[in-house]
Each structure stands twice: as C-alpha cells, then as structure tokens.
Ligand binder design. Structure first.
Ligand code: SR1
Ligand code: MG
Length: 401
C-alpha cells in the first residue's frame, strides 16, 4: 500500500494493532490527536492495559499546509536518531516499537507520565534532575557520534545516513536569516518593531550570526538532535525524555547545547513579566540560571571523562586539546543560544514563555529582554571561558534593567 494519511480513528487503531503487541485482541482502543507541534500529526492510542504513540509525517509542514512541502524522509531520520540515542542513554528517550517507511509513521512508547518542559517552566515547577539529565544526554550523544569516538568509516557513514536537507534548510533560514531582516515570515509584536529594526541594522551582530551559520552549514562534528527546544523535552520529578529528533543531522555540537540553553533563557525573559508574585518569579529565574550552570557542568564533566578514557584517535588525546575544545564549544553554544532566543522572539515560530504574557506592553518588555540576552550572547561569546562568567554576565543583564 502506498502512503496515505490516517483518515479515521479506526485507521490509526488498525495501524497500532498491526505494529505492536501491546494490546489484546478484544481490548477496546481509543485515539486522541495530541500533536501540538508545527510539523506532524501525533496520536495516542490507549486501551485498558497499555498505550502508545503514533507519529505520522505528511509531505508538508502541518501549520503551513501544502504550500511548504517537506521530505517525509524525516521520519526515518527521527526513528534512526531515537534508536541511536537509546544506545547511549536509553532512559532519556522514548522507545521505538516500530517504524513503517511506507506510511511514514513511528510507533513509540507513550511518555504521558512526563509533562512538556515548556509548560513546566511557564508554571515555574522546579524539577531536581532535569539539568543533569540534559547535560548527560548532550555529553553522551555528542561524544559517541563524533570523530573523538567513531573511526573514519563509521563517522562518514553516519554523516551520509543523516543527510537531512529539507529540515536543515528550515533551520538555516529561520535561525540565521529571517530574524535579521524584514522577512515576510517574521511575526513581530508592533511594540518592539523599532527594536527589531535596530537589530536589522547591526552589522557586527549580523557578522557573528553569519559565522555561526557557516559552522551550521559546514561543521560535521557530531550527530545533533537538531531541534532541542523545551517543547522537545518531557520531564517530571524523577525522569526526562527527549523526543522529536526529526531535524537530526551531523552538525556543530554547540547547536544542541545552545538551543536548550536558549530555551532556559527564553523562560528567564518571560518570567520578568509572567503573572504571579514577583519574588517567586525572580527566584525561578535564579533556579533557571543555576540549571544552565548544572547542565553545562554535567555536560563538560561527562564529555571530558569520555575524551580522557575513550578517545580513539591518538592525535586528539592531548589534555590541552580537551581544554581548548571545550572552551570553543562553550562559546559556540552561547552563540547558538543567542540565535535561538532571537528567532523565537521576532521570527516565525514563537514560544509560550513569551506569548502567554497577556498584556502587550509587558510582553514587549520581556521580548526586549530576550533580544538583549540574545545579542549579548552572540556578540560577547568570544570573551567567555567559563560557565561562571556566563552566569555573571546574564545576572548583570537582569540587574541593570
Ligand atoms: C516551520 S517549522 C518551525 C519550527 O518548528 C520546529 O519545531 C522547529 O523548531 C522549527 O524551526
Ligand atoms: Mg518538533
């Protein structure tokens, strides 16, 4: 049978039964469409004894429609990326039960016990293990898919298997071009239009963004998740699941680290004007900054440990090389964090951390703060060589308002 969008609950249920052995033959099943993302359709199929998730990719972007075609190879890429990530951190990703190339669908573990991180952060919940889990995910996935660990043939074959031009093109445009010009896809709060216009004139900023883009285009360093924002993370008090790696490709490691740090900071900016008690919001901002510090420190420790004990190429085993590499990676990560913050503030795809601030003036204040943080990270990243310096710089930006 050739590709067909699931057109009824019965369709989805039949597919779930065919592609898993979780349900008994006489078990009544129900379907909910739970996808709130920009691109795909996601269904939960549940019975009395079990449940699972089916994700189907159509040949176009869901929020735009057929006017924005998109390769369905992204589902293969997502399934293979999840399977590879599971090799190194099985507790941090949903299990893939089955992948059907013809129906462009993945059947996977239901992670309904976990909440979407963006909602968690908007509600100011503090999850004790989150930052460590994210740091470990990044250390393991980025090290074990890089030339530090893989041999030449394994690495080249990884690059080849994850050639993902359609999805890369989205990021190339949405991160590194649209927000830096008056692009028709941008969505800008009228109250900060003048701030956006000023940013479009900032040649020093645009030069740094061009340098970050060039690395995104050329630096085949490690297999990236490729879209590691808060919406791609589900978490609770005891666990974390990282989903949705359809943008995976072999690119600069700092892009993943920076994307998630950028999302912590988008929430920091949002908390300046979210509803609720001022002291509680400031306290949550400090919790987020401490989280960035823990995330980076966990990442750095894990990655350095891997470099010391598992780097295969003798020419990359020098301790001085590890120091240099990790410093450069921190700076790259800060730059990419800045581009994530700016594109989520004045680009196409916005985030609830800012959008849920109802009062337009207050939202504008948070958006200005976000733009400021983004610009400082991009422009000053080369002067930074420790995470403590980053946190000091961010605290200064919050205090001098
Ligand atoms: C048209 S896609 C917009 C955004 O949604 C995805 O989750 C990626 O972040 C992409 O940039
Ligand atoms: Mg997504």
């Amino acid at each position: 049978m050739s590709f067909r969008k699931f057109s009824s609950d019965a369709d989805v249920i039949a597919f779930a039964r065919q592609h898993s052995d979780l349900f008994t033959a006489d078990e009544a099943l129900k379907v909910e469409e739970i996808g709130d993302g920009n691109i795909n359709f996601v269904y939960r199929v549940s019975g009395a004894s079990a449940s699972l998730i089916i994700k189907q990719a159509l040949p176009y972007v869901r929020i735009i429609g057929e006017g924005w075609p998109l390769s369905q190879d992204r589902v293969r890429i997502e399934a293979e990326a999840l399977q590879l990530e599971a090799k190194y951190c099985p507790d941090l990703v949903p299990r893939v039960y089955s992948y059907d190339a013809e129906q462009c669908a993945i059947v996977m573990e239901d992670i309904g016990a976990f909440a979407n991180l963006r909602v968690v952060m908007v509600q100011r919940q503090k999850l004790p293990l989150l930052a460590e889990h994210l740091g470990r995910f990044l250390a393991d996935t980025l090290f074990y898919t890089s030339d530090l660990y893989l041999d030449t043939y394994e690495k080249k074959s990884l690059v080849k298997g994850f050639i993902n031009p359609d999805l890369c093109k989205i990021s190339e445009e949405l991160f590194f071009w649209d927000p830096y010009c008056d692009h028709e896809r941008n969505s800008i709060n009228e109250l900060i239009r003048a701030d956006a216009e000023q940013l479009w004139q900032d040649t020093a900023l645009k030069l740094e963004v061009a340098r970050l883009k060039a690395k995104f285009l050329n630096q085949a360093e490690a297999l990236l998740h490729g879209d590691l924002h808060s919406g791609s993370v589900f978490a609770n008090e005891s666990g974390t699941k990282i989903i949705d790696p359809e943008f995976a490709y072999v690119g600069p490691a700092g892009f993943d680290i920076g994307s998630i740090i950028g999302n912590y900071l988008l929430n920091v900016a949002g908390q300046a004007n979210q509803a609720g008690d001022h002291a509680e919001r400031s306290d949550y901002q400090q919790w987020l900054l401490a989280g960035i510090c823990t995330l980076w420190n966990t990442f750095e420790q894990g990655f350095r440990q891997h470099m010391q004990t598992e780097t295969r190429d003798p020419s990359l085993q020098l301790e001085e090389y590890a120091d240099w590499y990790l410093c450069e990676l921190l700076q790259d990560s800060l730059g990419y964090a800045g581009t994530e913050i700016i594109r989520r503030t004045i680009g196409l795809a916005h985030v609830m951390d800012l959008e849920s601030i109802e009062d337009a003036e207050r939202r504008a204040d948070s958006e200005r703060l976000a733009l400021k943080l983004g610009q400082v990270l991009i422009k000053h990243r080369a002067t930074i060589n420790s995470i403590d310096q980053v946190i000091d710089m961010l605290r200064q930006q919050l205090h001098c308002r």
